[in-house]
Design a protein around this ligand. Structure first.
Ligand SMILES: CC(=O)Nc1cnc2ccccc2c1
Length: 433
């Protein structure tokens, strides 16, 4: 029997004549489960949000980068029990390669930094706004894609990196009308956990697993948390001590527990004093329960939260000094954050801060006479090309209607109407430019 020909298959097999698909059955006009379309109005809001992401990133001297949405699955195979791993949108492509739609941007950044190696001087300050994917059983009806704004600083070993990143997010919030009364940042360090566990000679491999389990606090019962911590070789004594430290909300309390000599306390104190200098102290608080749900964080971690407590975390980030070595590279200190496009829009809706973004058109050119279509096109072309005369008008926030009428046109004139004021005047076509 004749094999059905494969696309891209060379050789003499003749493929059947192209059959237009038979759409007697109407196709499903909705996008795939968990994904969104962006019709014009939604697209204007998205562009407004992303424009603010980009302008803040550039204010802080970050350069924009991007990576393929499809990456090798190997970038995300971490064995710390992360949710992001269980929900990987992965498959085998036609070349039998294991690939995945990226669930986050940081591994791609690490890959590119390694690829660039010594050719890029440090510190590297890159930002990206990219679509990320997860494959969830639709039982939860949650989205399978979202856009994430990331800013990362590579090559800065001290907490000035984290201080600058938090400052950029505060700057973003202020630009869109969010204040320190609306949101705050919970800040801690994974070195708190490390120093507690070091008292109990817990194996290094348990560290990131313990972080992922602790990140589930408040989402699953405490008994379950304790059991899972036991299962990664934490003794009951270690677990009790840990839970007691994680409930701390003041650095003074933490210092009494861990002492002032350790890196955890000294780095947090340094970060809080830098926050004073940046002028965002009112936005941040120490909260030892923050660990974040990504395995690779090694130091300071932070998350933006809504003070009314109705929404999930707005953004999150921290230091990840070991990520490059897990990819077989040399370690370079790094820190960064991710900021999703979903929760922030929910927050703006809640606070009645969504911007009014009407369709904006500078000029409307209409011919009053069917055989003046060509003339109207000439006018529109001139306006699209230069339109200097109207830039001036635009400065006074004019919205104009340019009318091409036969009598005016015979005198080489077009009439201009400032719609906001109703004022109308004639302009010589030759002077339009
Ligand atoms: C609130 C929301 O949409 N979250 C969301 C949606 N899609 C994702 C896709 C990948 C990773 C995280 C994701 C997170």
């Amino acid at each position: 029997s004749k094999e059905t020909p494969h696309a891209g298959r060379s050789g003499s097999v003749s493929s059947p004549p192209f059959q237009a698909a038979d759409y007697s059955q109407k196709i499903d006009v909705n996008p795939p489960k968990g994904t969104r379309d962006f019709p014009p109005e939604e697209m204007r809001l998205r562009n407004w949000l992303f424009q603010n992401f980009r302008e803040v990133s550039q204010l802080f001297g970050f350069e924009e980068v991007d990576y393929p949405v499809l990456e090798s699955e190997a970038l995300y195979i971490r064995k710390a029990g992360e949710e992001i791993r269980d929900q990987l949108y992965c498959f085998e492509d036609r070349g039998n390669r294991r690939v995945a739609l990226r669930p986050e941007l940081t591994p791609s950044l690490a890959r590119l930094v390694m690829q660039k190696g010594k050719s890029v001087p440090l510190p590297i300050k890159w930002f990206a706004v990219g679509q990320c994917w997860r494959y969830e059983r639709m039982t939860r009806g949650r989205r399978r894609e979202h856009y994430q704004w990331n800013m990362d600083i590579i090559g800065v070993p001290d907490v000035t990196g984290e201080a600058e990143l938090i400052s950029s997010i505060v700057t973003f919030f202020k630009r869109i009308g969010i204040t320190a009364r609306d949101v705050g940042f919970k800040i801690s360090s994974r070195k708190v956990l490390q120093e507690v566990l070091s008292f109990y000679s817990v194996p290094e491999t348990s560290f990131s697993k313990a972080c992922i389990i602790i990140d589930k606090m408040g989402k699953i019962p405490l008994e379950e948390i304790k059991k899972e911590l036991n299962s990664v070789e934490l003794s009951t004594e270690a677990v009790d001590e840990l839970l007691q430290v994680l409930s701390m909300k003041s650095l003074t309390e933490l210092e009494e527990k861990l002492g002032a000599a350790g890196e955890a306390v000294s780095e947090l104190k340094q970060l809080f004093s830098l926050a004073e200098k940046f002028g965002y102290s009112e936005w941040i608080q120490f909260d030892a329960s923050v660990v974040r749900g990504l395995a690779y964080y090694t130091g300071i971690v932070f998350e933006g939260f809504d003070r009314e407590g109705k929404l999930r975390a707005i953004c999150g980030g921290g230091r990840y000094d070991r990520l490059l070595s897990t990819f077989g590279g040399d370690d370079i200190p790094a820190c960064g954050f991710g900021f999703g496009d979903a929760v922030i829009i929910e927050l703006l809706k809640e606070r009645k801060l969504l911007p009014e973004l009407p369709l904006e058109v500078e000029n409307i050119v209409c011919s009053l006479d069917p055989d003046l279509q060509g003339a109207a096109s000439s006018v529109a072309t001139v306006l699209r090309g230069k339109g200097q005369v109207f830039k001036r008008a635009a400065r006074i926030n004019a919205r104009r209607l340019i009318l091409v009428g036969s009598s005016e046109w015979q005198r080489g004139m077009v009439s201009v109407k400032i719609l906001s004021t109703g004022e109308q005047y004639e302009v010589n076509f030759d002077e339009l430019g």
